[in-house]
Ligand binder design. Structure first.
Ligand code: ADP
Ligand code: MG
Length: 606
């Protein structure tokens, strides 16, 4: 029979250290949090060999009295809470009273401090959890914690240390997070004899972003500020011209604490839907402030994750305020000439250049044809969407030479502005305007226009659909058949009427006029594919939106289609129809603007 034993303090501390101290950056985070909790206005971090050799954090905070030093390094000893109720009114970053004890257990730690009203300071050394006697020490007001040889007595952990460069990357990130959470505090980070960051106090979060990430990011920040029943959300999100391939540039703070929250990340993604390419993530620096009683931070030892009492409300507030802001913001892709910051160049170039072949491939995939259809079909397709949008009975425009990019009847007269425009490489339209010049992705713009038209029609319930004299049977896979039949009502709103026909066959009795150039079976298959792609239980609104994107993309002129000058002119004349004509529904920019000033500067004419 196994014997049950009480574990020693040392083992308990090692277990706690296992949770809290994953790597040197964790130590930096904990020590910085203590400094901030102590009210420091300046914190200096010195690191050697990526933190494996030394981490020293010095602050000018309230300090610790000499007779409290040993308590500070004991486990479950804290000045931040007293009883269990305090757990629901936490206003400090720490409260578990574990960090110093854990770190002291697995390193050689020196805690040196002098409190505000003390004549002199004192220091305490702890080696692998064993405390030496307290000694007097000459030191300024505040606290300094020195951690040497982290993991020296936990060989397994020590083995997991990465190169000093990698560990330094994590440390820099930890410092950045706390610096973004506390712009009014001065932070300095030194590695060896190199000053990595010197961040003087700033009034505005934007200025801190500028120092940490550079002006190109700071320049494209859109301010957010919303206050709703005790919940305040403020800070910045980046214009969609700046994005990342992952969500690591999403800085969310809850009452000054950096957090990761999947639901809020999702809200962010939703707000940028249609503004960013698939696989791109928005950048944000957002502070959430709410009464501590509305959130539980005691969920995770590192407090990276928290639990909101009413997560739904916060989700809606975030999504709502971003959407409102975007509606009133000009999100044009500007300054494509600007050289991307070194190091991220691949990334930035890829995003500011419309990914043409990708777009074409995608369109072809949706067509379900290897070559996107034969020449004649392509030609007709180009004429088609506009013909079908004629709500009066003027009949379709028939010859290819005529203006085919006609707006939706007389209701929306196209303004007769004269553009100097040129189609190049059967892909882009180059247009002179007052500001300078614009390069437009013809497919992306047309797709956006069609999408807006389609949305308007779907929302107002007046979408034209083409009724078939003889309903057409379409054979699908069993999953596809199930998917389309489950969403019959939704597809009906898009002008696609379906009937089950037994087995895997579905009868199409009507389908969107906009897609009259594609066969009903082809349209249905593409829609089924899209539905399957959505996975389980998409929101009907999102699904409808995705299907509209798909239809618009399918119906739009292709990248590579040759246009007559009249077609070009007509397409441009319809730009005003697209609410946000600077981005196609997939979030690619539809237009890049090169201002005359930029051109002059590039040619060194200033
Ligand atoms: P916690 O921060 O969860 O209370 P720690 O182990 O990190 O636990 O710290 C224990 C205690 O030591 C703190 O509650 C605080 O009173 C004191 N302390 C730690 N670091 C500092 C500091 N830099 N300045 C002042 N007091 C500190
Ligand atoms: Mg702490």
């Amino acid at each position: 029979m196994p014997t049950i034993r009480q574990l020693s303090t040392s083992v308990i501390n090692k277990i706690a250290a296992g949770e809290v101290v994953e790597r040197p950056a964790s130590v930096v985070k904990e020590l910085l949090e203590n400094a901030l909790d102590a009210g420091a206005t300046r914190v200096d971090v010195t690191v050697e060999k990526g933190g494996a050799e030394l981490i020293r954090v010095t602050d000018n905070g309230c300090g610790i009295a000499a007779d409290q030093l040993s308590l500070a390094v004991s486990s479950h000893a804290t000045s931040k809470i007293v009883d269990a109720d305090d757990l629901f009114r936490i206003e400090t970053l720490g409260f578990r009273g574990e960090a110093l004890a854990s770190i002291a257990e697995i390193s050689r730690l020196v805690l040196r401090s002098r409190c505000a009203d003390c004549e002199s300071g004192a220091e305490l050394e702890v080696v692998g959890g064993r405390a030496e006697p307290i000694r007097p020490a000459g030191c300024p007001h505040g606290t300094s914690v020195e951690v040497r040889q982290l993991f020296y007595n936990t060989p397994v952990r020590h083995k997991f240390l990465r190169t000093s460069q990698t560990e330094m990357g994590h440390i820099t990130e930890a410092v950045s997070r706390l610096a973004l959470g506390n712009p009014k505090v001065h932070f300095a980070l030194t590695h060896g004899n190199r000053l990595v960051h010197d961040l003087p106090p700033v009034e505005n979060l934007r200025d801190r972003v500028a120092v940490l990430f550079g002006e190109p990011i700071a320049d494209c920040l859109i301010p957010i500020d919303s206050d709703h029943e005790e919940i305040r959300l403020h800070g910045f999100v980046a214009n969609p011209t700046q994005s990342r391939g992952n969500n690591r540039m999403q800085y969310l703070f809850l009452n000054g604490r950096y957090i990761r929250d999947r639901s809020l990340q999702h809200a962010l993604g939703e707000a940028y839907r249609g503004l960013l390419l698939t696989g791109r993530y928005p950048i944000c620096f957002l502070h959430l402030e709410l009464p501590p009683s509305l959130v539980d931070v005691n969920v995770h030892p590192t407090k990276l994750e928290v639990r909101f009492q009413d997560g739904g409300r916060i989700y809606s507030q975030l999504l709502g305020s971003l959407r409102t802001t975007f509606l009133t913001t000009d999100l044009v892709a500007r300054g494509a000439i600007a050289h991307p910051a070194a190091g991220d160049s691949q990334d930035e170039v890829a995003q500011s250049t419309p990914a043409s072949s990708e777009l074409f491939d995608w369109a072809k995939r949706q067509l379900g044809q290897p070559d996107g259809g034969n020449a004649q079909a392509t030609d007709e397709l180009r004429l088609h969407p506009f013909q079908q949008f004629d709500s009066d009975d003027r009949g379709p425009t028939s010859s290819a030479g005529e203006t085919v990019f006609r707006a939706d009847g007389p209701a929306v007269p196209a303004p007769h502005t004269s553009y100097r425009a040129l189609q190049i490489h059967n892909r882009y339209l180059v247009v002179e305007n007052e500001e300078g010049l614009e390069v437009i992705d013809q497919h992306a713009l047309h797709e956006r226009i069609l999408y807006e038209l389609l949305r308007e029609k779907v929302l107002s319930g007046v979408l034209e659909s083409q009724r078939l004299l003889v309903p057409e049977p379409v054979d699908l896979s069993s999953q596809e058949a199930a998917a389309v039949l489950e969403n019959r009502e939704l597809l009906g709103r898009l002008g696609l009427e379906l009937e089950p026909f037994g087995g895997e066959t579905v009868l199409v009795s009507a389908y969107p006029a906009m897609l009259a150039n594609f066969s009903p079976s082809e349209v249905l298959r593409s829609l089924a594919e899209q539905l399957e792609h959505e996975g389980k239980q998409p929101e009907p609104r999102d699904l409808l939106d995705d299907l509209m994107h798909m239809i618009a993309c399918k119906a739009a002129i292709k990248f590579g289609d040759r246009l007559t000058p009249e077609e070009v002119e007509s397409l441009l004349a319809q730009r005003h129809l697209a609410q946000d004509h600077h981005h196609c529904p997939h979030g690619r920019p539809t237009a890049l603007v090169f201002t005359r000033d930029q051109l002059d500067r590039q040619f060194k004419r200033v």
